[in-house]
Design a protein around this ligand. Structure first.
Ligand code: 13P
Length: 312
């Protein structure tokens, strides 16, 4: 198995009552850490890159590294572009071999969000099995270049959720329900569970059309995560948690080995710390041992074919 369709993986998760961790990475050490932890636990997994690291490392390099790491791994894995409002970058990542693209049109009005998201969907679906995530409402906090103040936040309107999914054609749906990017500023952030449940019933009540995505995983209490999984959250985005793990472990290692000057050992310490956090999330999301279930028998398809096309 390995490189997989995000939608297929998440439809299984949504119908079988577990969720898949989607981890934002900024370098190859983190990518390897995430995949290695997933392999050890036989869990399906999603690697994500935000816009800044995507541009910095380049989509072609990230996709090639992902293919090399994921294709030889015995768990289903996806490569997802996170929160992108740049159509050209969405298309470039799809061409390069990303398996899932998030067009974030949440700052636009409803019709413009639908129109732009649809353009990405048509492009990605035209290339083959590349799936698309769309967002309705706005998630507060800071994620990469996207900064949304609480006063600007708008939760997803359940009444328009199915219309958004149908008109845009998205495969995965991220409704804003009160979760936030970054570190939560209050002990008990107000998460609108009822809204989430209602949206899931409206969109996926008959059959799962667009599995629901939860943004802002870092800092959510275990009972909140478990409740959202039970209500249909199929993909949990985790970014800040891994950044803290990487930076704290690096700082700690350098501080205690000030005269060593051995980058490989710093990488090992950082990798261990990231794997620990991924293990935590695998426990939380209930996806341990779900690799076979979530992988189907279609591994080595989307990104590898697409990557082959891109390099032809
Ligand atoms: P956190 O940084 O809060 O984990 O949010 C990640 C996220 O939602 C990325 O899209």
């Amino acid at each position: 198995m390995s490189v997989n369709s995000a939608k297929e993986m998440l439809v299984v998760a949504a119908t079988r009552g577990f969720a898949v961790g989607a981890f934002n990475i900024t370098n190859i050490i983190q990518m390897e850490a995430v995949i290695e932890a997933a392999v050890a636990r036989r869990a399906p997994v999603i690697i994500q890159t935000s816009v800044t690291p995507t541009k910095f490392l380049r989509p072609e390099v990230i996709a090639a590294a992902f293919r090399a790491v994921a294709e030889s791994s015995p768990v289903p894995a996806c490569l997802h572009l996170d929160h992108c409002d740049d159509l050209a970058l969405c298309k470039r990542c799809a061409d390069a071999g990303y398996t899932n693209i998030m067009f974030d049109g949440s700052k636009f009005d409803f019709d413009e969000n639908v129109r732009l998201t649809r353009e990405v969907v048509d492009y990605c679906h035209g290339l083959g099995d590349i799936t698309v995530e769309g967002e309705l409402g706005t998630v507060t906090g800071v994620e990469d270049q996207v900064r949304v103040a609480e006063s600007e936040a708008e939760l997803c309107d359940p009444a328009r959720s199915l219309e958004f999914v149908e008109r845009s054609g998205v495969d995965l749906f991220a409704p804003a329900i009160g979760t936030a990017h970054g570190v939560y500023l209050t002990e008990n952030p107000k998460i609108d569970f009822e809204r989430f449940e209602k949206i899931n019933k409206i969109v996926n009540g008959q059959r799962v059309i667009a599995p629901l995505i939860v943004h802002g995983g870092t800092g959510l209490k275990p009972e909140v995560v478990r409740r959202l999984v039970a209500l249909g959250g199929a993909k949990f985005n985790v970014s800040t948690d891994l950044k803290y793990a990487l930076i704290d472990a690096t700082y700690e290692y350098i501080s205690t080995h000030r005269n060593e000057y051995n980058p490989g050992k710093i990488d090992i310490a950082a990798k261990r710390a990231v794997m620990e956090r991924v293990n935590y999330w695998i426990d939380m999301l209930g996806c341990e041992g779900k690799a076979e279930l979530a992988g189907g028998d279609r591994c080595g398809t989307a990104a590898s074919q697409n990557g082959a096309a891109a390099s032809a």
